[in-house]
Design a protein around this ligand. Structure first.
Ligand code: A2P
Length: 334
């Protein structure tokens, strides 16, 4: 399997290399591409030195799969040049996610939508992604009517510029406007502002939570409202999710459904202060769920707390799982 990574030098790109090594896929050739400023740099992976190349060179290498994690504009510019030569593209950006012809995939939830014919595949937004695993079995069993979501998202989700802003502020220095990822300090602060504000007063990240959830669960009828908050956490997104179901449930049954779902780990023992946190979820591929309790303010309501490493399941791990699904289900051309 010949794999190209576009954005190999970025935060997600680096985690991708780690996850690719862990999954031990049969990679015959690895092509690492980034922006012109990184071309010629060396990346060490699995005992070999790889020279970073341009995206044009990555296209010329005709990979089976090109994994993109270089922002929307790079995906928009180059993704279709790969599909035109028969490569699958797994894109981490938001560029194609809501295109009705592009599958938006969490393999454990809707991997069956993948086919030989749709070469362009979108990886969901990190905060949507981690919610999908626990929500899928609950939606299938009880029917989700409404979701109220509040996120506490790590600044690493914004990429290297945000990490540099946090580090600089932590050292007590101001960051100039041109070098900042956010309009306010992120160190020792919380910003109710993930992405950009849209005309309807919601942020792009909040709108992604609504639209991508409906697309992945194939449930346009679910009512969803969200507030997305950027927090000074070094890796790991947390979410408070309030669910109203169509049908009633028993907590024991909810626990059994979550426990049986692949990639979900329950951490819910309040007597022993046992619940998920971003520090504990760091560098793990699973999604952790705790504080599972009935919402007594409505008839069929449930509250839970969902935490995952945003650079892993929220980005790199899901991408590599899609690549593995294509391989395991013989969807690759050769
Ligand atoms: P580079 O390191 O050369 O800037 P992050 O999300 O951590 O900021 O990383 C973004 C990734 O996308 C980096 O690997 C970056 O490369 C890459 N990238 C940014 N712009 C382009 C571009 N125009 N073409 C190819 N790769 C790009």
């Amino acid at each position: 399997m010949k794999i190209a990574i576009v954005g190999a030098t970025g935060l997600v790109g680096q985690v991708m290399l780690k996850v690719l090594a862990e999954f031990d896929l049969p990679i015959s050739t690895l092509v690492l591409a980034a922006s012109p400023r990184s071309v010629g740099n060396i990346i060490h992976w699995q005992g070999t030195d790889y020279t970073v190349c341009s995206v044009e060179d990555a296209i010329a290498s005709k990979p089976d799969i090109a994994i993109f994690s270089a922002g929307s504009s790079t995906s928009k510019k180059y993704a279709k040049a790969f599909t035109a030569i028969g490569s699958f593209v797994i894109d981490n950006s938001s560029c194609w996610r809501m295109d009705p012809t592009v599958p938006l995939v969490v393999p454990e939830v809707n991997g069956s939508v993948l086919s030989k014919d749709e070469l362009l595949i979108a990886n969901p937004n990190c905060s949507t992604m981690q919610m999908m695993l626990p929500l899928k079995p609950l939606h299938d069993t009880y029917g989700i009517k409404r979701l109220v979501i509040s996120t506490y998202q790590s600044f690493t989700g914004t990429g290297s510029v945000a990490v540099r802003q946090y580090e600089t502020e932590k050292e007590g220095h101001q960051v100039s406007e041109n070098d900042r990822a956010y309009p306010h300090p992120i160190f020792a602060n919380c910003l109710p502002h993930c992405g950009d504000f849209e005309e309807n007063a919601y942020t792009t990240e909040e709108i992604k939570l609504v639209n991508e959830t409906r697309k992945i669960l194939n449930a346009p009828e679910i009512q969803i409202t969200a507030t997305a908050v950027r927090v000074p956490v070094f890796g790991g997104h947390s979410e408070s999710v309030n669910i109203e179901f169509e049908n009633d449930f028993r907590i024991t049954e909810v626990l059994a459904l979550l426990d049986a779902f692949p990639g979900v780990q329950i951490m819910d023992d309040i007597e022993n202060n046992h619940y998920p946190t971003p520090l504990q979820a760091h560098d793990k591929n699973d999604v952790f769920v705790g504080r599972i309790r009935r919402d007594h303010s409505i008839k069929k309501g449930l509250n839970m707390w969902i935490v995952s490493d945003n650079l892993r399941k929220g980005a790199a791990t899901n991408t590599v799982q899609i690549a593995k699904y294509l391989l395991d289900n013989k969807l690759l051309k050769h």
